[in-house]
Write a protein that binds this ligand. Sequence first.
Ligand code: C2E
Ligand code: MG
Ligand code: MG
Ligand code: MG
Length: 280
Amino acid sequence: QTKENGGNSYTVFQQEMAEKQVLRFEIEHELQKAIETQAFDLYFQPKFHSFKRNITGAEVLLRWNHPERGFIPPNVFIPIAEESGLIVEIERSVIERVMACLADWDHAAESAIPRISINVSVSTFLQDDFSAFFCDRLQHYNISGCLLELEITERVVMQNETKINMILQQLRETGVRISIDDFGTGYSSLSYLDKLKVDILKIDQTFIQHIQHNQTIVAAIQSLADNLQLHTIAEGVETEEQLQKIRSLGCTEVQGYLFSKPLPQADFEASYIEQIPAGH
Ligand code: C2E
Ligand code: MG
Ligand code: MG
Ligand code: MG
C-alpha cells in the first residue's frame, strides 16, 4: 500500500516536472520570438520624495503580453531569460529604448526630466563589453549618463571584486548612478558596501510590508547608509502608515502603489513629462 502510493506520487511528481520543463522550453522559444518582434512593453513606475511628494525618478519594468498565453509576469519570464542567456539581448534592447526615450524627452521637455532606472541582471552586467556598450550608446543618443540609474542586485557584487570595481569605475565616469536592488534579501556580506562605489540602497519591499516588525532592521539599514553616505529608497510603500514610519526613520525617497503603480509609457509621459506646446 505505502509502496504503491509512494510510486504513484513519484509518477505524478515526475509528470509535473516534465510539464514544467515543457512550459519552460516553450516560453524560452517564445522569448526568442518576442525579442525579434519587439513584443515587450516598457512600464514606468515613478519614485517620489517622501516629504515633498514630487517625482524624483522612475524605474523601467518590462511587461510581456503574450498573444496566446496573455500576460506573463516578469517573475516568470526573467528567470527563464536569465537561464537561457537571452536576458543580455533583452536588457541591452531595454537600455537602447530607454535612451531613445530620454533623447526625445530631453528635446521636448521644458523642465528637468526624471532620472530613469533600469534593472540589470548579473550576466548582462558582467559582459566584458558592457561598460563600452553603455558608453557607446550614450554617445549615439547624445545624452548624459546622469539621466540614468542602473539597479543591480547583491548577486552582482558577490562576483569577482576587481572586475566589478573596474566596470563600476568605467560606468561612473558617465555620471550614471548605481543602486542595490532588493537590499537586505541577498546572501552577500556587507563588506562590499565599503569597497565598491554604489550610490543607493533600495530597501526591499518585504521590510516595508511589515514595517512595524522590521523597524529595527530598517533603522539599521538607514544608519548604515548614512554612515557610508549612501542614499536610500523604500520599495513597495502601499499605505500612509508605512510612509509615516519610513519617513520617521529618515528615508527620503519612496516607490510604491500608495503613489503610483507602474504605468504604460504613454500614461507616464502624459503625467510626468512636460511637453513643449506644439510649434515650438
Ligand atoms: P524589482 O526590480 O524589485 O521591481 C519592483 C517590483 O515591485 C515590480 O514588480 C513592481 O511592480 C512591484 N511593486 C512596486 N510597488 C509595489 C507596491 O507598492 N506593492 C507591491 N506589492 N508591489 C510593488 P514587477 O514589475 O512584477 O517586477 C518584478 C521583478 O522583475 C522586478 O523586481 C525585477 O527584479 C524583475 N524585472 C522587471 N523588469 C526587468 C528587467 O527589465 N530586467 C531585469 N533584470 N529584471 C526585471
Ligand atoms: Mg528594480
Ligand atoms: Mg526592487
Ligand atoms: Mg523586488
